[in-house]
Ligand binder design. Structure first.
Ligand code: BGC
Length: 728
């Protein structure tokens, strides 16, 4: 206990002892804290979830808007209320409670498949502008958790399995969001790798492994995006709830990284008042916690205990810093701002186009010619729309979903959990691009009917979907509802069978070798149908690259069976079924070697590796030169169509030992025959190990290679590096 209080004091003490004159937001925040009465000091430290949830929902305060969170302001001091909405893919739908519609960006995985920080920033700027127009000033975006388990139900919301790729993309999105004078979070801090038992799963991982993986993604995201807030996670880390983790919040985030913003809790993630001493600054959606800890209870503790008093000042200062740094007070929000949904959806469309990954294309079956006579489109509600992922990040456009399939479950949460399709019909888009083709849609309820239709067509396109949601993990890698058998049967009936996948996780493909083409469209967002059609017909040359590994089977994973899968009932809230329920998740098995790095260590071949994706043209990358701090190479479009590729540079070994790490990447657009020189900076942390409280690059030979993907690597280029050691 003494140790905890001490570290809390150190955080508060160091912040107030050294005000940075260069940071006006910090100076202003300190002045406002000084002007606060004791009662005012607990106003912005806790908020509610402004939704009619729970047994006796209280009426909403007049200023609150149905959304994720509401924290009242302090009018006397000009401190604005915080009006919070989810999330990373757009302004959320909150169970259909707001009918005003918003632009749905493609899923996080789709965005990440672009490997394009610029489009992420544009998407961020867009969803930030809609946040503001709808009267919110905090967007709970910035999901950056790494894919440690490909069955994680929230994989679709996040970006990748790699700390560099995820950190850069999350940081870029946050930068775009905050360009609207809207605070963004980065979340969920940290090691929130599965939904099963999400509130009590206890992560075991060494400090070194955490720093080299999940924490590095957060660090890079914070450096690039400068988010006003960090949202701590539901899970436990070394026995402590992440929202009450002295290690994560005080030690790493605040003391070592010098983070100036505030830590807000995830909804229902605060175990007790002591979380304040462990580094939590704001209690969100407090009615979901066992008590409102950060209101009167915190005020009373601050009166009698100097540790709490110091923390209370620091908590206020941090929240105010985020408000002032983003100028929330100077640019007040009012609901009812104008949104040009049609114009905004162009960004969603462009992101979807760049994020679609062509996984297979035999005999050049794609792109389809616009003169194809008869096209059978089968399944996936492709006549109506494109699938989206569920939970708090769910966005819907005007009029709500095109299709909504209720999923039974806890009645309190069932409205969050419908399987919904955005109004962007692939069938309509295919008809628009190929108006002369005879396009026939069959809903795939009967395999025999689908087969019959496929036999009569020149081309059969099967839309295969796999829904995923916050709160639930995937039980395995199959396609649900007999779709694997459907594809098998259609492919046997028509050699030109193309499978379009709308999934939020990797899947296995027992039918792969029988198909002509496979297009991974993820959850492609508001204009997904058009994006898919434009790739199928070659108006878009696919350029997406996988941001995650598709394992060949569960046996390749560090955890062939998801921890807790057999022991605990699926449960959206993720609460422990009893006080004694225990779920330990050991991330030291893979340590910092996630996904492709694990496969490199074990010598496994993925079904589709990280970084993989085909194009309708061909590229050649060559001439890698590096001194270990930058790398340069030449990329050439050797085909006949304009297209884009992603130059990828990997560390492959250190002193002869396999050590694979993505160290640089850049998306390049090239006309046929065009050559471009690409230079990437190598972040030294990607070459280093976390050791003795800092980063160490051990002396030795470092081999780098150009990667067409993580498994197809060019000739290694060796550099001798001297030992180097530095702090975080
Ligand atoms: C999710 C967060 C979300 C919050 C508010 C939680 O269930 O984990 O990502 O921001 O709800 O809706």
């Amino acid at each position: 206990m003494a140790g905890l209080c001490l570290s809390a004091l150190i955080v508060a003490g160091s912040a107030s002892a050294k005000p940075s004159p260069a940071d006006p937001a910090e100076v202003r925040a300190e002045q406002t804290v000084k002007a606060m009465t004791p009662a005012e000091k607990t106003v912005i430290t806790h908020g509610i979830m402004p939704l009619p949830i729970g047994p006796n929902p209280a009426p909403l305060p007049p200023q609150a808007i149905p959304g994720a969170g509401y924290v009242p302001g302090i009018a006397r001091l000009g401190v604005p209320a915080l009006l919070e909405t989810d999330a990373s893919l757009g302004v959320s739908y909150v169970m259909g409670m707001r009918k005003d519609g918003a632009t749905a960006l493609p899923s996080g995985l789709a965005m990440a498949s672009t490997w394009n920080p610029d489009i992420l920033q544009r998407g961020g700027a867009l969803i930030g502008s809609e946040t503001r127009a709808k009267g919110f000033n905090v967007l709970l975006a910035g999901g950056v958790n790494l894919m440690r388990d490909p069955r994680n139900g929230r994989t679709f919301e996040y970006f990748s399995e790699d700390p560099l790729l995820s950190g850069v993309l999350a940081g870029s999105a946050i930068k775009g969001i905050q360009s609207n004078h809207v605070i963004s979070t980065i979340k969920h801090f940290a090691l929130n790798g599965q939904e099963t038992g999400r509130k009590f799963a206890d992560v075991q991982i060494s400090d070194a492994h955490a720093r080299e993986s999940d924490l590095l993604a957060f660090k890079i995201g914070i450096e690039i995006g400068n988010p006003g807030s960090v949202m701590c996670a539901y899970n436990r880390v070394h026995g402590e709830q992440a929202c009450a983790s002295d290690y994560l919040l005080n030690k790493v985030l605040k003391q070592e990284w010098g983070y100036k913003g505030f830590v807000m809790s995830d909804w229902g993630a605060v175990p007790n008042l002591e979380a304040a001493l462990k580094g939590l600054d704001q209690q969100s959606g407090a009615q979901l916690d066992p008590a409102v800890f950060f209101g009167d209870k915190l005020g009373a503790a601050a009166k009698s205990d100097p540790a709490y008093a110091a923390r209370l000042d620091d908590m206020n200062k941090r929240i105010l810093w985020a408000i002032y740094d983003n100028q929330l007070d100077k640019y007040p929000v009012t609901p009812g701002g104008k949104i040009d949904l049609a114009a905004n959806s162009e960004v969603a469309l462009e992101t979807a186009r760049q994020g679609i990954v062509l996984l297979r294309n035999e005999r050049g079956v794609l792109p389809l010619t616009k003169t194809a006579k008869r096209i059978a489109v089968i399944g996936g509600f492709a006549d109506a729309g494109v699938l989206s992922g569920a939970g708090s990040s769910q966005v819907q456009g005007l009029g709500g979903p095109a299709v909504s399939i209720p999923i039974s479950g806890d009645p309190q949460w069932s409205a969050f959990l419908a399987q919904t399709y955005h109004r962007s019909s692939p069938v309509a888009a295919i008809k628009a691009i190929a108006p002369k083709a005879d396009v026939r849609f069959r809903d795939a309820r009967f395999i025999a009917d689908a087969v019959e239709q496929a036999k009569r067509a020149d081309v059969a396109i099967v839309f295969a979907t796999k829904w995923s949601s916050e709160g639930f993990d995937q039980p395995d890698f199959s396609l649900p509802d007999g779709q694997d058998a459907l594809i098998e049967a259609v492919a046997a009936a028509n050699p030109n069978t193309i499978v379009v996948l709308e999934t939020g996780n990797p899947i296995v493909m027992p039918w792969l070798s029988k198909t002509a083409a496979v297009v991974q469209a993820w959850y492609p967002g508001a204009r997904g149908g058009e994006a898919i059609a434009s790739v199928l017909f070659g108006e878009t040359n696919p350029s997406g690259r996988l941001p995650i590994t598709f394992p060949a089977s569960a046996e390749q994973l560090p955890r062939p069976v998801l921890d807790g899968y057999h022991e605990f009932e699926p449960n959206f809230a993720g609460d422990a079924p009893s006080k004694t329920a225990k779920l330990t998740v050991n991330y030291d098995i893979e340590g910092s070697d996630l996904g492709y790095r694990w496969n490199a260590r074990k010598g496994y071949k993925a079904l589709f590796p990280f970084g993989y994706g085909l194009s309708y043209t061909t590229f050649a990358a060559s001439g890698l030169k590096t001194d270990g701090t930058t790398a340069s190479l030449t990329v050439r479009n050797t085909g006949k169509r304009a297209g884009a590729t992603v130059a990828q540079v990997y560390l492959v070994s250190r002193s002869g030992m396999t050590a694979q790490r993505l160290v640089g990447f850049q998306r390049v657009e090239l006309a046929p025959g065009q050559t471009s020189k690409v230079t990437v900076k190598i972040d030294p942390r990607l070459l280093a190990d976390w050791k003795d409280g800092g980063w160490t690059i051990p002396a030795g030979d470092y081999a780098f290679a150009i990667g067409e993907n993580a498994e197809t690597l060019g000739a290694p280029v060796k550099v001798s590096l001297r030992e180097k050691h530095w702090g975080d």
